[in-house]
Design a protein around this ligand. Structure first.
Ligand code: BTN
Length: 246
């Protein structure tokens, strides 16, 4: 991972760049930009990506796995980012499936996109956005309610180069282990240990409806198991449902 790195001053979105070159690129190529003018979040949302202040990067992967396993790679990325934060002394939790939070507010989001046919994956792009050194003024009022930056929470500037190197190293380790063992064991150890949700009451949002449930476990596929007050259990596939209110 990261043998080839494309580094830009500004791009529309590193995920868009990555998708444009993915078919011709090698597994593990990384796109990094100082700024994104059209940064994208999940559910088509905008992702604020001011210059020199964050980590905006995308990893191109060509694993031989079925498309439905792609969310597992998202979990691997979340585990890698969370552990790298730990190493730099940045307290954090993983909000399943793919956010990293500090003091309950989001500092990192992951956007996984893929291309393929049924049963055959062409590529996966893992986009990682980290609000490293954003200031209050970089965030709009509505975003400030849910999101923050490492600098705002910790009061100190993050060395983005060190963070990127650490994340790519950890990601490679967990990703190789997953491909070799076909199991998420190492990743799930981290995701459970660092989970912001496990043991807590959360809202499960399905369309217009909202259910209060307890997050109780991650299964071997990285799916979240929740339980309602009657003791009925449900397994949630990442992306299918959003969870609010931790
Ligand atoms: C989310 O909604 O939580 C996912 C946010 C993902 C943002 C990153 S920044 C690098 C990459 N390029 C994008 O346009 N989005 C992802």
């Amino acid at each position: 991972i990261g043998k080839t790195i494309y580094y830009y001053d500004t791009v529309d979105s590193t995920n868009i760049k990555a998708k444009n070159i993915a078919l011709d690129e090698n597994n593990g190529a990384v796109i990094i930009s100082e700024e994104q003018t059209k940064g994208r979040g999940r559910l088509g949302r905008d992702w604020i990506s001011p210059k020199y202040k964050g980590v905006w990067m995308s990893i191109i992967l060509k694993p031989n796995i079925p498309p439905e396993d792609a969310p597992k790679i998202t979990q691997i990325a979340a585990a890698a980012v969370s552990k790298s934060f730990d190493d730099l002394g940045i307290k954090n939790k993983i909000k399943w499936p793919n956010d990293i939070v500090i003091n309950k507010k989001k500092v990192c989001g992951i956007l996984t996109e893929m291309s393929g046919e049924i049963g055959r994956l062409k590529y996966i792009v893992i986009g990682i956005g980290i609000n490293a050194n954003l200031d209050e003024k970089d965030l709009t009022d509505d975003i400030k309610e849910m999101a923050t930056s490492i600098k705002i929470e910790n009061g100190s500037i993050v060395n983005r180069e060190n963070l990127i190197i650490d994340i790519l190293e950890k990601f490679e380790y967990l990703y190789e282990d997953f491909l070799k063992t076909k199991s998420l064991n190492k990743t799930l150890d981290i995701c459970s240990e660092k989970s912001a949700l496990l043991g807590k009451m959360v809202y499960l949002v399905k369309g217009e409806e909202r259910f209060k449930v307890r997050a109780i476990d991650l299964d071997s596929e990285g799916r979240l198991i929740v339980e309602d007050k009657l003791g009925n259990k449900e397994t949630i596939i990442s992306g299918e449902i959003s969870i609010r209110g931790l």
